[in-house]
Design a protein around this ligand. Structure first.
Ligand code: ZN
Length: 69
């Protein structure tokens, strides 16, 4: 049985096969957890990973210049 590893989430896969269960899990993560993270990023902004390994929130314009360097 596959359970969601996110703390506070009690989701459990209900599928006829392990393969189907992993597919369900993937869908669950994308729907319930990934979108929740993205809401922290303001409209028009993106998260960019710097050379320090840290995530910075910047506008698309700033990100483009960042990658041009
Ligand atoms: Zn979950």
């Amino acid at each position: 049985m596959i359970r969601c590893s996110q703390s506070g989430c009690g989701w459990i896969a209900i599928a006829p096969s392990e393969r189907a269960a992993w597919k369900q899990y993937e869908t669950h993560i994308l729907r319930e957890h990934v979108e929740a993270v993205e809401t922290d990023v303001p409209d028009g902004c993106v998260q960019v990973r710097t050379d320090d390994g840290e995530w910075k929130t910047m506008t698309r314009e700033e990100a483009r210049e960042f990658y041009d360097d």
